[in-house]
Design a protein around this ligand. Structure first.
Ligand code: GLV
Length: 307
């Protein structure tokens, strides 16, 4: 019974230290030092190396180190019987809510304009309009925490989910008609969806054409949710009028990418919500212990559904 951390593009030494602190007896391995692969029963992965899981004959579960499982769900080297989970704790969801609230509130309260005014020593008070309507695409763990934060500020909140179920107080929509509806009422439309076959390219020209004039699109899901050319075209029409993007098809965003210099796109470097080492260590250990006790991993995903 051993837990392998496989995060080739992230240094996992600190995470390993936190896990060992919590469980000094654990048999913990750090990729690429697999030891005897037949002893590895659980992998904590982030962008794992190709074909890794085929090398592990006694693997019971794989957990994403973050909230997204899109890199694992399509990994054909994970055998059918192996469970997939994810680590998305309350801190991660609260950090996401903080980012989305910061973006919406600073825009609504016109902070960028005041920063410019100050440079010119210009005293020019401008009150924000009435509280904006926020539309959340995805009302899972991240969406629910963000919905609560906006509701606390008294903002009308709409949500869209596959089932149409969502937290109390959130006006819910579902299906394709629901997408058009939520786009049509939202001043800020926030994508918090998991990336699946159904949601890939969901932020496209047909959705943008339903958005309100002057609205803002915020993408904190995955770059593959967005049809980039459609957004550039839509920004010319004012629907949406601007976009705040934290995730991209290629990360880091290539130097010559048009998003960098677009006057109505704010780029942030995939930092809306970053798994914190302490929380990840706590959750990873809990998930590992559950699986070793014959239970499902934390945040178990339905491999068919993709989330
Ligand atoms: C970050 O993008 C995550 O999936 O946790």
């Amino acid at each position: 019974m051993a837990l392998l951390i496989a995060t080739p593009d992230r240094d996992a030494a600190d995470l390993a230290r936190h896990i060992r602190q919590r469980d000094p007896e654990i048999d913990l391995r750090l990729w690429p030092e697999l030891g005897d692969p037949s002893e590895i029963t659980f992998v904590l992965a982030w962008r794992p190396p190709d074909g890794l899981f085929r090398l592990l004959p006694n693997l019971a579960a794989v957990s994403s180190l973050g909230a997204g499982v899109d890199a694992l769900i399509d990994d054909e080297s994970i055998p059918a019987g192996v469970e997939i989970g994810r680590l998305a704790g309350p801190r991660l969801a609260a950090d996401m809510a903080a980012y989305v609230v910061a973006v919406v509130v600073s825009h609504w309260k016109r902070l960028p304009g005041f920063i410019e005014d100050q440079k010119r020593q210009r005293w020019n008070p401008r009150a924000p309009g009435s509280p904006p309507t926020v539309g959340l695409l995805g009302t899972g763990q991240m969406g629910q925490r963000s919905a609560a934060a906006f509701a606390e500020l008294g903002f009308p909140v709409h949500g869209h989910s596959r089932s149409g179920r969502g937290p109390e107080g959130v006006e819910m929509h579902s299906g394709n008609d629901g997408l058009a509806e939520i786009a049509g009422v939202s001043d800020y439309l926030v994508n918090l969806l998991p990336l699946t076959r159904r949601t890939r390219r969901i932020l496209d020209r047909s959705l943008f054409s339903c958005m309100k004039n002057g609205s803002t699109l915020i993408n904190v899901g995955r770059g593959e949710h967005l049809v980039e050319a459609d957004l550039l075209e839509a920004l010319e029409t004012g629907r949406p009028a601007c976009a705040v993007l934290d995730v991209f098809r290629t990360e880091p965003l290539p130097p010559n990418h048009p998003f960098w210099r677009h006057p109505r796109i704010l780029v942030t470097p995939h930092c809306a919500s970053i798994t914190r080492t302490e929380e990840a260590a706590e959750l990873a250990l809990e998930s590992y212990r559950r699986v070793m006790a014959g239970k499902l991993p934390l945040g178990r995903v339905d491999r068919e559904r993709g989330y």
